[in-house]
Design a protein around this ligand. Structure first.
Ligand SMILES: [Mg+2]
Length: 175
């Protein structure tokens, strides 16, 4: 099951329900609020540091999501992606990646078409049953509650890169 993980060079995350717990606060001025998990954020940085690209595809439109992507140095983000397969193909085109390079992480049936295309698909613990059944792996942690971090560690460990990431923090704190 994990052999495909060794070749992953691009991880595409859904946002709502995957990197958040799925709840959206609609503020009275029409803006939206979400909770992101800092451990997920660190996991995304670790992936990038190990040379693995990260992209976001989301069906909604939000400035906060754009801001979060910028904070994390995620250059490839497609919002308002009604048809996720189109967004997926666009990201592959931009990055020059192929299906065998890609891991998709999602929580709902909207991600099923891209989960099928990617070499490795992951559903978060709180995903709908159809997404969990379709996935190559289901996380123990929930969306917005460490699932993103679990994905990062799973891939980095499969690629024997996790120890190098940790070294930075265990070698007397030297950068
Ligand atoms: Mg979702």
């Amino acid at each position: 099951m994990h052999s495909a993980l060794r070749k992953i060079r691009l991880v595409i995350f859904d946002i709502d329900g995957t990197l958040t717990d799925g709840r959206i606060i609609i503020n009275s001025d029409g803006t939206e609020s979400r909770f992101f998990d800092v451990q997920d954020g660190a996991g995304i940085k670790f992936l990038q540091r190990a040379g693995i690209e990260v992209a976001f595809i989301t069906g909604r439109n939000s400035k906060a999501v754009q801001k979060r992507a910028e904070e994390l140095g995620v250059r490839h983000i497609i919002q308002g992606a009604v048809v996720k397969l189109e967004a997926y193909e666009k990201i592959l085109e931009i990055t020059g990646m192929k299906d065998e390079d890609v891991c998709v992480v999602g929580d709902d049936v909207l991600e099923l078409p891209i989960m099928r295309r990617a070499a490795f698909s992951i559903a978060v613990a709180n995903a709908v049953v159809e997404a969990r059944n379709a996935a190559d792996y289901v996380t123990e942690r929930s969306g917005g509650r460490g699932a993103g971090r679990e994905v990062a560690e799973l891939i980095l460990k499969a690629q024997d890169k996790w120890r190098d990431i940790l070294k930075r923090y265990t070698d007397g704190g030297k950068q």
